[in-house]
Design a binder for this molecule. Structure first.
Ligand code: AMP
Length: 483
């Protein structure tokens, strides 16, 4: 199916051709006709499915058809993170480049002055995060009286991030007569309730069941002790195929630590998390997109909505506590049908998290059995002992030479290739020896001599997901089901 079949007009079609888009993604095929008809929409889709264009394209089309447009904001897109807000605004710029529609983006953490200036000039489409929007409404810079379309993006994340009350406050400011488009990757009860309250007879579209992992993404699992994770990361990054790698860390502190280790080993890297200023986050993201930063280390919330077309690898340095987060994380790669690779590190302490992920996805990840750190993979980290007393801080004496930081040595420089035990794709793999009736392999090639991008695996039979209903990239959403 081509975009030309979707009743779009020349300015939008030309912009899509300019973007190199030839065919609509499944959510676009389903959602665009409903939105063009003015219907409310409930879309269950995660980032990476093309959902931004699924609402941005018909919104631009409708506004273009209604020209000349009067004063006031006609479309509000509410989204949880600044990064996502910027990317959505960039999408409106790209798809609307020939449509002559005015748009701008507002978010917190930066000066409001340029944002207020842009609003004063007149805006048709406003993309906003909830806090800054309410702030500027309160100051009288924004009125939503002329609003025709409201888009709530990533509703479940709004809940996760504690913005749901702000969202509800925004909703009370909207005109009752409007079109509402509601997107969420998952539908926890509170989000379902919100959708029921604000949508009127919505068309329902769903792409891929919410917890299924994107099929095109290769998913590898490395069992590794906690203390050797950084060495394993450096080892993997020797592979030039890791052009743009997004590494997920559970904590902000952990993200900073990984970046320090990468820098010491001459890998360009930047961290992106909530303790970084907006400017630092933007700079990190821009460097990553431009290719001057090879590795971006992120926490889950900061990474939400990061949209990088050419992301080659996602590495779960730590497994997430919440299994759904795994699906969100790996969805960063393999976007819009591209192939991607997701690699997970699992320390002995994380076997419960791994179990939960495999249960949710209905799939055992493929274990990479041969790697230089496989031998210690089953060694749990020592329990945290009492903290040693802090050394007293002294001002460095001017005559004293400051101590040189000890450079972390690359594992392959001092590690001999380890004898490798074949892993199995289950959470107890690092405690079991698997022979499958064969003698264990004592004569294998040393792991370090193998190209790191050709992992040696032992694959467990993959548990099949229940068969999807026919034609189900997209399905109409039956009234009595819950995602
Ligand atoms: P999203 O799910 O909105 O984050 O989009 C994921 C990525 O898919 C973005 O990088 C878009 O530029 C890209 N994309 C969206 N729609 C299409 C399309 N029809 N053809 C090719 N790429 C697309």
């Amino acid at each position: 199916m081509a975009f030309s079949k979707l009743a779009l007009t020349e300015p939008v079609l030309k912009a899509l051709a300019h973007e190199g888009y030839t065919t609509p993604t499944p959510i676009q095929q389903q959602a665009i006709p409903h939105i063009l008809q003015g219907k409310d929409l409930l879309g269950c889709a995660q980032t990476g499915t093309g959902k931004t264009a699924a609402f941005a394209i018909p919104i631009l089309e409708l506004l273009h058809a209604r020209k000349p447009l009067g004063p006031g904001i006609k479309v509000l897109v509410l989204t949880p993170t600044r990064e996502l807000a910027i990317q959505i605004d960039e999408s409106f710029a790209a798809y609307g480049r020939y449509a002559g529609i005015r748009h701008t983006v507002i978010f917190g953490g930066v000066s409001q002055v340029p944002q207020v200036e842009a609003l004063r000039k007149g805006v048709d489409i406003l993309v906003a995060t909830p806090g800054r929007l309410l702030d500027l409404i309160g100051q009288g810079y924004i009125s939503l009286d002329h609003l025709q379309t409201f888009v709530l993006d990533e509703a479940d994340r709004m809940l996760d991030m504690g913005f749901i009350h702000d969202v509800k406050k925004v909703i009370t400011r909207l005109p009752a007569k409007r079109q509402t488009l509601f997107f969420s990757a998952t539908m926890p009860p509170e989000i379902q309730k919100l959708a029921d309250t604000i949508l009127k007879h919505p068309a329902k579209v769903e792409v891929t069941p919410p917890s299924s992992t994107v099929d095109k993404i290769e998913q590898w699992l490395y069992f590794v002790s906690k203390k050797e994770k950084a060495d394993l990361l450096l080892h993997l990054l020797q592979n030039p195929a890791h052009k743009t790698t997004l590494v997920f860390s559970r904590t902000k502190h952990g993200a900073d630590k990984v970046v320090r280790i990468l820098h010491k080993n001459k890998v360009t890297a930047a961290a992106i998390h909530g303790n970084k200023s907006q400017n630092a986050r933007q700079a990190a993201l821009a460097g990553f997109k431009a290719g001057s930063v090879r590795v971006l280390v992120a926490t889950d919330i900061a990474a939400r909505g990061i949209d990088i077309d050419e992301l080659t690898h996602v590495i779960n340095f730590d497994l997430p506590d919440v299994p759904e987060t795994y699906v969100h994380r790996i969805g960063r790669t393999g976007r819009a049908g591209r192939e991607g690779v997701a690699i997970s590190f699992c320390a002995p302490e994380e076997k419960d998290e791994l179990k939960a992920i495999q249960k949710l996805t209905g799939k055992n990840l493929q274990v990479v059995a041969e790697h230089p750190f496989a031998e210690n993979a089953h060694q749990p980290a020592p329990p945290p002992g009492p903290r040693p007393p802090r050394p007293e801080r002294r001002k460095p004496q001017t005559t004293e030479k400051p101590a040189q930081p000890k450079a972390a040595t690359h594992p392959t420089k001092h590690k001999q290739p380890q004898r490798v035990q074949q892993g199995v794709a289950n959470s107890n793999a690092h405690t079991k020896k698997q022979t499958h009736g064969k003698p264990s392999n004592t004569n294998h090639r040393p792991a370090a001599h193998k190209p790191v991008h050709q992992p040696v695996t032992k694959q467990e039979p993959v548990k099949q997901m229940p068969a999807a209903p026919a034609g189900n990239w997209v399905k109409e959403y039956p009234e009595d089901e819950r995602w």
